[in-house]
Structure formats: structure tokens, C-alpha cells
Write a protein that binds this ligand. Structure first.
Ligand code: MN
Ligand code: MN
Length: 320
């Protein structure tokens, strides 16, 4: 049972539209807070989009995700899980990036997550663009490479952009494999689709053993079958979960920089996250929500709903 200090503020005590918004109305426990070491799962904002190559905006993601997350209640209606009672959950605040310097920002992010890992906290990240995952993985994989279940319409396995730029939101997992942060034989990428410049990313996946599930296969087999394969592929060893909101069809998630049509519904988006149950989740992220393209807030609401599903799986997975 969690410590009552770490329970969210109930909408019956303070209406959901009132108060200072924190992730899921949890206490704000930054690294200087006296209860920091008691946190099991920490939700962290990475307000940073310097890796974005097309339409920007995910630097505004954590703030809008926090706002929409006040809609999340204490119990999972589908599974019955009450994550805030199962583990000490908290909002650890935002990593302060340097918006003018990519390399400095990545060092700042890794340093923040080093402190999180040292305190025994499992991080759940709200991005930020997808390059955010790389500095997080650098902190999480210090004891050896992780597996990864990756939901996205893109592989993010490209080598470089604009004639040699190695760090963009299209390259993080290429770098992560090269740096030994991920075991490519325990990586599965689900939902891949859309037009491409070339197949260089697919070639890298084939050469290293990364499993790609294109959207056509996802729909032909169905979420349950694909997720059963994903769970078997990563096994019981520590696994990172990276969830790009552009995995979802832009009819349901228009607020993102690089949308691709022909994707899963909002129901399927939650379903695949729920089917992570049983995976040893070393950390998870939800990235690429871009509030400037999300006029209704619906993309952010779907994003935090996916984060809630992931959190429910994290509270029961043995890493907390
Ligand atoms: Mn991505
Ligand atoms: Mn993507």
C-alpha cells in the first residue's frame, strides 16, 4: 500500500478544474523534496523539442499534459487497478533543458534521470519530442542494455538528417543501439507506416535484429496477438516502453508534429498500453504531443490516458 502522502487530490475535495495542476493531481516532489527518496514511480516532464525536424511544439507538452491529466481518476475502469494505492507516485517536476543547445540539454536530462535512478524511482516521462528518450535511456541503461517496446508510426532509426546531424527525433534509437543502451534483439516497433525518404531505417533494423510490426500487420493480427509477441520478445528482463502519440491515427491525435494517417483508434491506443501488463518496465515515456496543433486538448487527454494505462502496468510489475 502506498503512503497517503502520495495519493492524488480527489475531485470531491477540490474540483478538477481548480488548483495548481500536477500530473494526475499527485504531490509535486522535486529532487530537493524530503520525500523524494520515498517515491516509487515518478512522472517527469521534459519540455524540450530541439530534436524536431518538422512542425515544432512538444516543448509545450508537459504543461498541457499536466492540465489534461487532472481528468484522470483513481481507478482503472477496465482492469480495476488503483495505481496510486499500489505504489508511491509523484510528479517530480520538469527537467530544465537548454532550448538553445541540444548536447547540453541531453546532458541535463541524463543528469536528472541519474538522480531518479539513484533514488530507486521508476520514471514515467511526458515529452518532449522523441529525442528525449535517448538521454533518458543513457541513465536507465547503465547496468546493461534494455529491451524496448516502441509504439510509433516511425522507427526513429535513421542515421542522420540534413547531411550529417546525428541527434534529431528521427534518430534516437539508432544512437541508443550504437551506444549499447538497447539490445536490438529485444526491441519491437509497432505501428510503422507512412511515406519515407528511403528504407535506410528498415535496413538497420534488419541488420541488427530489431522487430518491426508495420501497421498492416498490426491490423491483420489484432492488438492482442501483436502484444503477446511483444511480451514474449522482451521476456522478463528490464524493458523500456516508448510511446509516440503519432502511433495513433491523427483523427484521434491531431496534436503532433509528424502525423501519419491510417493508424489505430483511441481505444486501440489504450488497449496496447493495457496489454503491457506483465512486462518488467524499467521506464516509460509518452512523447510528441504538440499543444500548438492540439486546439481541443484531445490529443493531450489521450496522451495522459495512455500514461495512466502504462502507470497501472508499472505499479504491478515488480520494479517498484
Ligand atoms: Mn517517434
Ligand atoms: Mn513518430
Amino acid at each position: 500500500m502506498s503512503d497517503p502522502f502520495f495519493r492524488p487530490v480527489s475531485g470531491f475535495d477540490l474540483p478538477r478544474f481548480a488548483g495548481v495542476p500536477t500530473f494526475m493531481r499527485l504531490p509535486h516532489v522535486d529532487p530537493a523534496h524530503p520525500r523524494f527518496a520515498d517515491v516509487d514511480i515518478g512522472i517527469i516532464g521534459v519540455p524540450w523539442d530541439s530534436g524536431t525536424t518538422n512542425r515544432p511544439g512538444p516543448r509545450h507538452g508537459p504543461r498541457q499534459l499536466r492540465d489534461m491529466s487532472t481528468m484522470i481518476r483513481a481507478q482503472n475502469g477496465a482492469t480495476g487497478v488503483r495505481p496510486f494505492e499500489a505504489a508511491n507516485c509523484a510528479d517530480l517536476g520538469d527537467v530544465p533543458p537548454n532550448p538553445a543547445d541540444i548536447m547540453d540539454s541531453m546532458e541535463r536530462i541524463t543528469a536528472f534521470y541519474d538522480g531518479v535512478v539513484a533514488a530507486g524511482i521508476t520514471p514515467l516521462t511526458a515529452g518532449g519530442d522523441h529525442l528525449s528518450s535517448l538521454p533518458v535511456l543513457r541513465a536507465l541503461a547503465r547496468n546493461g542494455p534494455l529491451g524496448m517496446i516502441h509504439f510509433d508510426s516511425h522507427t526513429d532509426l535513421f542515421n542522420s538528417y540534413f547531411g550529417g546531424t546525428k541527434y534529431t527525433h528521427g534518430t534516437p534509437f539508432r544512437r541508443a543501439v550504437e551506444e549499447g543502451l538497447l539490445d536490438p534483439k529485444r526491441v519491437i516497433q509497432i505501428g510503422i507506416r507512412g511515406s519515407a525518404y528511403d528504407m535506410e531505417d528498415r535496413d538497420f533494423a534488419a541488420a541488427t535484429g530489431i522487430r518491426i510490426v508495420p501497421i498492416e500487420e498490426f491490423f491483420a493480427r489484432g492488438p492482442e496477438d501483436v502484444m503477446a509477441e511483444a511480451r514474449a520478445l522482451v521476456g522478463s528482463d528490464p524493458t523500456y516502453v516508448s510511446y509516440d502519440i503519432d502511433f495513433v491515427d491523427p483523427a484521434f491525435a491531431p496534436g503532433t508534429g509528424t502525423p501519419e494517417v491510417g493508424g489505430p483508434t483511441s481505444f486501440q491506443a489504450l488497449q496496447v498500453a493495457r496489454l503491457l501488463s506483465g512486462v518488467t518496465i524499467a521506464g516509460a515515456d509518452l512523447v510528441e504531443v504538440s499543444p500548438p496543433f492540439d486546439a481541443s486538448g484531445g490529443t493531450a487527454f489521450l496522451g495522459v490516458s495512455i500514461m495512466f494505462e502504462m502507470l497501472c502496468c508499472m505499479t504491478g510489475n515488480g520494479t517498484t
